[in-house]
Design a protein around this ligand. Structure first.
Ligand code: ADP
Ligand code: MG
Length: 236
């Protein structure tokens, strides 16, 4: 763990008067707390995007990098599973066109190029600073499970790995984590480590109002964060 990195990123954002941390900053903070994230970097041009894709290794994902776009796929700003330079070129142009059309005044800083994580069970790790209770940690399954069924559970942060395991076991969708319809079970150990570390992240950095690691892909032996958003509290 290198928790100093997280402090530096947060303090820098506060100095700049920002409450939204970008995807790179948010993932660096998660990684600083030993939560596994995909390899990621920013490209400011098409050429840089191609170079980064070659460096990271195919397949890759391209996402819009803009302080004015919070929900990237809603505006056509995410292209996944790109397998070649020509895929990257096409995706780059499509993302730029989509974002310019859908968010005309968006400041575009480039694209994020990242490792494409293979199919896995989508889970969500969240954090919320509650005005009465202070930092809290949330866990749930991704997709319709959280949107329609609200199958999530909360604790006050920080939690240890035993408490994290209790959280994992108490969601209704727990059966899915243990394997379903021929799918292998995912690593409960990897999820509980990520949850305990995320709870420490929330506890150590109480300027954070909201953290959304969504989705986190869960595999038989590991987890990987593919999207991360952190919002800071504003001083009233
Ligand atoms: P949004 O801002 O719309 O939430 P995301 O970064 O979550 O954008 O991307 C949308 C979806 O694309 C994710 O929910 C996930 O299914 C998929 N995705 C994003 N990044 C990756 C990645 N690195 N590897 C694999 N799938 C990804
Ligand atoms: Mg997302």
């Amino acid at each position: 763990m290198n928790t100093k990195i997280a402090r530096e990123i947060i303090e820098n954002a506060i100095r700049e008067g920002r409450v939204y941390l970008n995807e790179i900053e948010s993932k660096k903070i998660a990684a600083a707390y030993d939560i596994p994230v995909v390899k990621i970097d920013v490209a400011k041009s098409m050429d840089e995007a191609k170079n980064l894709a070659n460096k990271i290794g195919y397949p890759v994902v391209l996402k819009i990098f803009s302080p004015d776009v919070l929900h990237k796929s809603d505006v056509g700003g995410v292209k996944i599973n790109l397998k070649s330079e020509s895929d990257v070129e096409k995706a780059y142009n499509e993302i730029m066109d989509n974002v310019k059309k859908n968010v005309p005044n968006a400041r575009i800083e480039g694209v994020v190029v990242q490792e494409f994580a293979p199919f896995g069970l989508e889970v969500i790790i969240g954090g919320l600073y509650d005005q009465f209770f202070g930092p809290t940690i949330m866990f749930g399954l991704g997709g319709v499970w959280v949107e329609v069924l609200k199958d999530v559970t909360f604790r006050l942060a920080p939690i240890d790995e035993n408490e994290a395991e209790d959280m994992i076991k108490e969601i209704k969708g727990y059966a899915l984590l243990k394997g379903y319809r021929g799918q292998p079970p995912v690593s409960i150990d990897a999820i509980k480590r990520a949850l305990a570390n995320a709870s420490k992240l929330m506890y150590d950095n109480q300027e954070i109002k909201e953290m959304d690691l969504n989705p986190v892909l869960a595999y038989p032996d590991s987890v990987k964060v593919v999207d991360a958003r952190i919002i800071l509290r504003t001083k009233e």
